[in-house]
Write a new protein. Structure first.
Lengths: 144, 63
């Protein structure tokens, strides 16, 4: 193993450790706050969603570390193993998400202002933004 | 931007994955470069030129 690849592996493992640890802290903190102050069983949904995200991130980190040749752009883009094209795809998708987020948030604000229940509107907004990001990522990945 | 990467790689008998490993990028990135869908950064273009021991302008064409 060369010095470059050793440094790259170390960066991947260190980045994974920091990322997963930060995610775990956010998961526990968010769950505790929502359980104490959140409505109904929102904390359980948060824990489920955040755990799935952490699990996906863990799998992506493990695959980029142990099986780098078979990883996809989506797996590498969120890890230190991303190359310049992966980062450009992620930047493009993030820019598209940013461009859509302002008008979509404006629409949601107007809908709430005219009397809609805020909780479902914000939930729908979150899913729509997630869909925008996924579609933008796939489009960018296919076009470059 | 067109380029000669596929021809040069095949002349060296390298797979896309092997060239990617030599350049520090993924196999998908090499494939995108070869098909002209992705234009490399200047540092990557220089790395490609160094790898094939050719001037950049003999590898990349702007038409």
């Amino acid at each position: 193993m060369t010095n470059d690849s050793t440094a790259s592996t170390r960066a991947t493992v260190t980045g994974a450790a920091i990322g997963l640890s930060t995610g775990l802290v956010a998961l526990v903190t968010g769950a505790l706050v929502l359980r104490a102050y959140g409505p109904g069983n929102m904390w359980a949904g948060y824990v489920t969603g955040a755990s799935l995200v952490l699990l996906a991130a863990g799998i992506a980190f493990w695959r980029t570390w142990r099986r780098p040749a078979s990883t996809t752009t989506a797996e590498r883009a969120f890890t230190p193993a991303a190359d310049e094209r992966d980062r450009r795809v992620l930047s493009s998708a993030s820019a598209t998400l940013g461009g859509f987020s302002l008008p979509l948030t404006g629409v949601a604000t107007v809908v709430i202002a005219v009397g809609a229940d805020p909780a479902p509107v914000l939930g729908i907004l979150l899913w729509v933004l997630l869909a925008v990001f996924v579609i933008a990522f796939v489009r960018a990945n296919r076009s470059m | 931007m067109n380029n000669e990467i596929r021809r040069l790689r095949e002349e060296q008998g390298l797979s896309q994955a092997a060239l990617g490993a030599a350049l520090g990028v993924s196999r998908q990135t090499v494939n995108s470069l070869e098909s002209g869908r992705y234009d490399p950064s200047l540092p990557l273009a220089f790395a490609i030129a160094r790898h094939f021991q050719l001037p950049i302008e003999e590898i990349f064409h702007d038409e």
